[in-house]
Write a protein that binds this ligand. Structure first.
Ligand SMILES: O=C(O)CCC(=O)C(=O)O
Ligand SMILES: [Fe+2]
Length: 343
């Protein structure tokens, strides 16, 4: 099935003079509907960035991943905090199976780095001309986009200006992650995945995808009682859900955007962080950016979500401090077969 996911026009939030309130409202309503129904959407970014830039990033990623294995291993995660750096093909495991990808991860730099502490090391950049500058420039752009989309979502959820200020304070120093992923072709007879089914754990993911169709697949749940159409590859604890996988194929000029588990908490379950997986049958490179809350953000259900849910609405979700949540997820990465997306 081709993509049923909505394309959101974020441009009313990019233009500030004059502010078009009605157009902003329409964008926010479209975001609200997309988050209620899919947890995934496309964002057209041509007004915000020159799309030649992410093309350059993927070219740089291609150059890096084409280096001899021993060169890439010089940036191994194990040199640092087990989170920042290069992970070999199949080093990461999701749902008990090795992922068929290699990756290079960068996190927000920290003050007083200490590589013996989980997540507290230093980023390791390849020694390729332009690599660091271009990736760092993209991080700056995506941080701005993250705040813009957060504001548009806050309005979509019906937050007051004061409530938005409070939420903004939780994401204004994002503990972001930037990743370059290399996907070699997944063999036809493989019973695994390029990246197994998972939810992203933070706030907003912006994926600049290569043009390969059918690679990113999104699990759309169907209402209780409908028959399970295709539930292959779901994590065991999700196995009983009815639904089907649809393709989130790339659209030129757009990033694919999805919401992570922190939005599930903020919205008290109103918005779903949707399971997705990658089945990449050709060879290519992708650069997701993860816009996350601040490390010390206390993420708890928002009053605006509870207003929508009403007096006898959903039970209150457990709140988390984002950094603690993240450490529990990645702190043990690659030890004992535990993967980035494993609980
Ligand atoms: O490469 C993709 O299409 C998505 C990768 C992904 O889901 C992730 O890194 O969280
Ligand atoms: Fe993901």
């Amino acid at each position: 099935m081709s993509s049923a996911l909505p394309i959101i026009d974020i441009s009313p939030y990019l233009r500030s003079e004059p502010v078009d309130i009605a157009a902003r409202k329409a964008t926010s309503e479209a975001l609200h509907a997309a988050c209620l129904n899919f947890g995934f959407f496309y964002l057209s970014i041509t007004e915000f960035v020159d799309t030649a830039v992410p093309e350059e990033l993927t070219t740089l990623a291609r150059t890096f991943f084409a280096l001899p294995q021993e060169e890439k291993d010089k940036l191994s995660l194990s040199n640092q905090d087990n989170a920042r750096g290069y992970a070999r093909l199949k080093e990461n495991v999701t749902n008990g199976k090795a992922d068929n990808h290699e990756g290079l991860d960068f996190y927000r730099p920290v003050e007083s780095p200490d590589k013996s502490k989980p997540l507290w090391g230093e980023n390791q950049f390849p020694d390729l001309p332009g690599f660091r500058d271009k990736y760092e420039a993209w991080v700056e752009k995506m941080k701005i986009l993250g705040l813009i989309v957060m504001e548009a979502m806050a309005i979509g959820l019906g937050m007051t200006p004061d409530e938005w200020t409070e939420l903004r304070n939780q994401v204004d120093d994002s503990f972001w992650v930037m990743r370059a992923i290399g996907y070699p072709p997944l063999p036809e007879n493989s019973d695994g995945f390029s990246c197994g089914a998972h939810k992203d754990y933070g706030c907003l993911t912006f994926l600049y995808a290569d043009p390969t169709p059918s690679a990113l697949q999104v699990f759309l749940q169907q209402p209780e009682g409908s028959t399970a159409a295709d539930t292959t590859g779901l994590p065991v604890e999700q196995g009983a859900k009815a639904g089907a996988w649809i393709n989130a194929d790339p659209i030129p000029g757009c990033v694919v955007c999805n919401i992570g588990e922190m939005w599930e908490i903020w919205s008290n379950g109103l918005y779903k962080s949707t399971l997705h997986r990658v089945v990449h049958r050709s060879s290519n490179y992708r650069v997701p950016f993860f816009f996350e809350p601040n490390f010390d953000a206390h993420v708890k259900p928002l009053a605006a979500a509870k207003r929508i849910q009403g007096a006898d609405g959903a039970p209150e979700r457990r709140s988390v401090v984002y950094g603690d949540f993240l450490l529990a997820k990645v702190g043990n990465n690659f030890a004992g077969g535990k993967g980035r997306y494993d609980d």
